[in-house]
Ligand binder design. Structure first.
Ligand code: KIV
Ligand code: ZN
Length: 376
């Protein structure tokens, strides 16, 4: 597929919810799905319908309520899983079945299938899924540790059986950016029929490279990124939606790709996912952390007050924040103090400001943050 649009596939409600302790209630899942749809996510992986009655009901209800997003459910490589998945997603205006099997040597050992037996299973299950639904995604789990020849063979079988998207998961967060780009581009060049379908990238963050690996995969030809809000997900998490989307927006000069995400909705959904999952966002998390648009040091505050571009590459409004926050603390300087006091209605002469500045520094040495009430 030669297009510059990158599809955003959000799996907060499936891979994200799989992280220990992140369980969400039925109502919370519906709310998050609605926010994702409104934000412009192309595909929402709403759950794993065979996993539980609750997952089945959530995927069914999300499908019924969906507007423009495709609703996808996960299914292992067997007819029972696939049928259950279809029962749930069939209500969506745009349904998708996502079926997968672990193709690496380590993963083949679990169901104890030979390479040939697994190849046959892939053919049969993808064919079955495609007979139910026009939109079928297939994933060779642990693709980045699967033998190259076998990976090509299985991808070719899935495409011939009717898969419309091939997702290439880095299940254990093992790959690195150059390798990620290379893997996708070689698959597209090697596998017959690859240019007719969409390749997706699905990265985990075990080595902290999920965002870089996803963007590299796009450079290699992937046109769907699988990700979660706040990078929620198993172990160290999945690729963070807000990071890949903002990276593509801010660095369109070197990554000429578009998404249809309304980035001004990022902050709100990030906060909702943090609340309902119980996974707080670290302060210095890219894009959505409390400190991502906050400045305390005097030099930075002075620069920001003169020209925001001095120390910010994104505008807070672009991610749905009202403004940059100037945090008053022991590293703050006179310019920030003057500006803060002015905001509070105190227009001080130089000698008054000097006096307040000395008292402010003394207080800041004792407190982490000096609040407006302290200044008043
Ligand atoms: O990480 C992974 O391999 C997965 C698959 C089910 C796509 O989440
Ligand atoms: Zn995953």
């Amino acid at each position: 597929m030669t297009t510059n649009e990158v599809l955003i596939f959000d799996t907060t409600l499936r891979d994200g919810e799989q992280s220990p302790g992140a369980t969400m209630t039925h109502a919370e899942k519906l709310e998050i799905a609605e926010l994702l749809d409104e934000m412009g996510v192309n595909i929402i992986e709403a759950g794993f319908p065979i996993a539980s009655e609750g997952d089945f009901n959530a995927v069914t209800e999300i499908s019924k309520r969906s507007k423009s997003a495709t609703i996808c459910g996960l299914a292992r490589a067997n007819y029972k899983d696939i049928d259950r998945c279809w029962e749930a997603v069939k209500h969506a205006a745009f349904p998708r079945i996502h079926t997968f099997i672990g193709t690496s040597e380590l993963h083949r050992a679990i169901p104890n299938l030979t390479m040939d037996e697994m190849a046959e299973r892939i053919h049969d299950t993808v064919t079955h899924a495609r007979n139910l639904c026009d939109n079928v995604q297939w994933s060779p789990m642990d693709a980045t540790r699967t033998e190259w020849d076998y990976l090509c063979r299985t991808v070719e079988i899935a495409i011939k059986a009717g898969a419309t998207t091939i997702n290439v998961p880095d299940t254990v967060g093992y790959t690195a950016p150059a390798e990620s780009a290379d893997l996708i581009s070689r698959l597209i060049q090697t596998v017959p029929g690859a240019d007719e379908i969409i390749f997706a990238t699905h990265c985990h963050n075990d080595l902290g490279m999920a965002t870089a690996n996803s963007l590299a995969a796009v450079a290699g030809g992937a046109r769907q990124i699988e990700c979660t809000i706040n990078g929620l997900g198993e172990r160290a998490g999945n690729t963070a939606l807000e990071e890949v989307v903002m990276a593509l927006k801010v660095r369109s000069d070197i990554m000429p790709f578009t998404t249809r995400i309304d980035t001004t909705k990022i902050m709100n959904i990030s906060r909702r996912v943090a609340t309902v999952s119980g996974f707080a966002v670290q302060f210095n998390k890219a894009i959505v952390g409390k400190n991502a648009f906050a400045h305390e040091s005097g030099i930075h505050q002075d620069g920001m007050l003169k020209n925001a571009e001095t120390f910010e590459i994104m505008r807070p409004e672009d991610v749905g924040l009202k403004e940059t926050s100037i945090v008053m603390g022991k590293h703050s300087g006179r310019a920030a103090l003057r500006s803060k006091l002015k905001e509070l209605g105190y227009d001080l002469a130089d000698n008054q400001l000097n006096d307040v500045f000395v008292r402010f520094k003394a207080l800041a040495d004792r407190k982490k943050e000096v609040f407006e009430d302290d200044l008043i």
